[in-house]
Design a protein around this ligand. Sequence first.
Ligand code: SF4
Length: 346
Amino acid sequence: MTFSEKLLDWWDVHGRKDLPWQHPRTAYRVWVSEIMLQQTQVKTVIPYFDRFISRFPDIESLSAASTDEVLALWSGLGYYARARNLLKTAIICKKDHTAKLPQTPKELLALPGIGESTANAIYSQAHNQPAVILDGNVKRVLARYLAVDGWPGKAQVHQQLWTTAEKLLPKERGADYTQAIMDLGATLCTRTKPVCTQCPVRQSCKAFKSGTVDLFPARRPKLKISKKSFQMLILTDSEGNVLLERRPPAGIWGGLWSLPADDDVQPVQQRLGLATDSLRKLPELEHQLTHIKMTIQPLIAHIEVLTRGVECSGDQRWFGQHEWQALGLPKPVRQLLETHLENSET
Ligand code: SF4
């Protein structure tokens, strides 16, 4: 039996067949799930997927949404560029593809936020076609199965895995095969403690046969983490509103509403035209992004609603508690607001 035959036989018995995006397995639902599943586990994604789909059941409804609405439903999933690209793609599909996702990988690849593997995942699952996918789970399975040296994030290793994956593809059951290889990586060929004794392809798995499963895939080279310190201003008024600024579209937390922040609070004060000297320091907060370790010094100030001199432009707004709670906010910003504002309101 071939690799794919063994895998499909195993999947028919043990595979995951009750994931929400499998019923019905439309291109739209597969696409939303694939974007959410990037860097995120299935069990985390399911409640987000359900909420997202009940609010935006199709491209038509998503394309009419505001960025804030989409980000609010994404709040907590992280990597917010994914949500903004989802909206951009929906708008393009509404305009250029009669409110549907195009079918071929080549057309899908031309859309924002859709890479080669995601395009193929949509194509194979929504249209039941054989197509290579290489998400984290699949890379791990193939790196072990063929004992491929090197970190899969390296272009050369990635290409080697891609070529191998092409050779293993079956001609039939494209959708089930894609799900089967992802399921194998998620349930048996896991990152730690893989359950090789139950694996359907162990007899031909090079890493298993040579007792070197632990060595594959090679670890990612250590990331250089930079440090960044800045101050964040929590400015409230007597009606319990807080001032938020929209971040520039590119860069950290691009496009999200955030507390005004800068290296030092003075430029923030100047930018807001804020003439208050009653700033109070709050305990520092640490937050780690993939490449950056942040130290945030929060400062809180309060101004009267009638006398507040802070003019709001389109990218600055006062938000009441129920409003900011519904926004997609960066994690430390939400944490600061929940800690220092939620209990202060009556
Ligand atoms: S035998 Fe083990 S290492 Fe090889 S593919 Fe199966 S679970 Fe992964």
